[in-house]
Every structure is written in structure tokens, then in C-alpha cells.
Design a protein around this ligand. Structure first.
Ligand code: IPD
Ligand code: CA
Ligand code: CA
Length: 257
């Protein structure tokens, strides 16, 4: 019998919906952009959305750890850890490009087991839970069956990041080997893999909050996620291959130095 929607998933969906309302209210305005210590941008929308998500989640699960991009971690060493990116794709959000997402992930004993990824500008809500499966706007979602890069479409993260992290040679091989390469970007690119519209996404220079929710969704949709060297995803992971599973090893091979 299929697993039921967990209490965690119900709460994460509510938090995601409420945060999306806040984010979309700001999206229509021109808002002040601040710079963080690492020179990346942040807005009041990022901060308010994360606070709201934290308030809702901690009201139901006060004993779980919480790790948010904007507020940092409380009890981030706990066995059950919420991992939040209130706006993934802030640079798009600021410039009124609708490719950004609200990401709520749950890690249990170090594994990404549940994810909600809301991309309101594209009208796409995805969620996935280990054992339950993955869903796109309420419909069951699955990765594609395309088994080789020769026939596959792939997306990647920031091209500059590949260069600065010394992974450009691997990326060039991936461009040559795959049938089609487009940079769709941020949370939305992972939706495309989880719902069978792309075969893989590869990124460098990421943090766990960028990927915890997408990883849970893609795995629940039948796909596979590792770092770029083929190692399991952990809270310290900084690169990712998120695929339909069938083209995964081929991509790992291309990035071998
Ligand atoms: C960033 C975006 C971007 C990626 C960066 C991330 P943010 O997240 O996902 O595409 O290249 O590495 O930090 O700051 O928009 O949440
Ligand atoms: Ca992010
Ligand atoms: Ca963010």
C-alpha cells in the first residue's frame, strides 16, 4: 500500500503556500536589495519568507533542527533537520524573471527524504516524499526513460561557477555528449528533471539549502542525485548531478579528472 502524506509534508506545503504569497506580493514591486557578506543579494522578501516558514514549521516540530539560508541553523546537528531556501534564484526574482523557487526540504539521518519546491512565477508546485512518490501540481510525476546522453537534454547551473571551480573541462564534454543543453536555472530546472522534461541538471558551487528539497523530489520521482564525483549528498555537498538515474553514471564519468 502506498505511504500516506506525512504530517511533515502537510505542514511544509502550508508553509510553502504562505511563503509564496509573501514572495509574490514583493515580486510585483521594486524592492531594496542588500548585499550579504559573500556579496550575494538578499531582499526583505527572502527574510520575511524564511521567518514565516520557520514560525510555521517550528510550531509543529519544535524538536527538529532548522537550517535556513538567511537565518542560519538552530540544532542543525539533529537527526531530523529542516533545510530551507526561502528564495532560490534571488537574482532572477530581483530582475522580475519568474524562475525562482521557495524550497523546503527535510533531511532525516543525513538523507533528503521530503521536499516541497514552489515556483509560483511558473505556476508549478512540486513535492516528493520517500515512499509516496513525487507530484507536480497534484499529478504524479516521474523522471524520463531516456537512457543515454546522446538522446538526452541537460541543464546546468551558472557557467562561471564551473570555470571558477575547475569543472569546465567536464562541462565541455557534457555539452559535446548530450543532444541538447540549455541553462534553465535554479529550482525550475530540477522540476524539469523530476517530471521527465529533462534528463539531468549539473551544478557546482551550491549549498545544501539549494538542493535538499529538489533531491528529495527527484529521488521520489525515480531519479538519482549525487555530487559531481558520484558521492552521496550530505549537508556539506557543494556540487550536484541530479538525473533520471539512467544517464547518471555517464555524467559522473565525464567529470572524472
Ligand atoms: C543561488 C542560485 C544560483 C546558484 C548559486 C546559488 P540563491 O541561490 O541557486 O543559481 O548559482 O550558487 O547560491 O542565492 O538565489 O538562493
Ligand atoms: Ca539558492
Ligand atoms: Ca536563497
Amino acid at each position: 500500500m502506498p505511504l500516506q502524506r506525512s504530517k511533515e509534508l502537510t505542514v511544509a506545503l502550508e508553509a510553502s503556500q504562505r511563503a509564496a504569497e509573501v514572495v509574490m506580493r514583493y515580486y510585483k514591486q521594486d524592492i531594496t536589495v542588500e548585499q550579504k557578506a559573500d556579496a550575494s543579494p538578499v531582499t526583505i522578501a527572502d527574510k520575511e519568507a524564511e521567518k514565516l516558514i520557520q514560525k510555521i514549521i517550528q510550531a509543529y516540530f519544535p524538536e527538529y533542527g532548522f537550517l535556513g539560508e538567511e537565518s542560519g541553523g538552530t540544532h542543525a546537528d539533529k537527526e531530523k533537520l529542516w533545510v530551507i531556501d526561502p528564495i532560490d534564484g534571488t537574482k532572477n526574482f530581483i530582475r522580475h524573471i519568474p524562475i525562482f523557487g521557495i524550497l523546503i526540504g527535510l533531511m532525516q539521518y543525513g538523507k533528503c527524504t521530503l521536499g516541497v519546491s514552489n515556483v509560483p512565477g511558473m505556476n508549478e508546485l512540486m513535492y516528493g516524499q520517500k515512499g509516496l512518490g513525487a507530484f507536480l501540481n497534484g499529478q504524479s510525476a516521474h523522471v524520463s526513460n531516456i537512457a543515454s546522453l546522446e538522446k538526452g537534454s541537460v541543464s546546468c547551473g551558472g557557467l562561471k561557477h564551473f570555470r571558477t571551480s575547475g569543472r569546465f573541462a567536464g562541462l565541455e564534454k557534457l555539452i559535446t555528449r548530450s543532444a541538447r543543453m540549455r541553462v534553465f536555472g535554479d529550482a525550475y530546472a530540477y522540476h524539469l528533471v523530476a517530471s521527465g522534461r529533462l534528463e539531468a541538471v549539473v551544478e557546482t558551487k551550491i549549498k545544501i539549502w539549494d538542493i535538499a528539497a529538489p533531491v528529495a523530489i527527484i529521488e521520489a520521482a525515480g531519479g538519482k542525485c549525487t555530487d559531481i564525483d558520484g558521492n552521496p549528498i550530505t549537508t556539506d555537498t557543494t556540487t550536484i548531478i541530479a538525473s533520471n538515474g539512467k544517464v547518471h553514471d555517464e555524467i559522473v564519468e565525464l567529470f572524472k579528472k
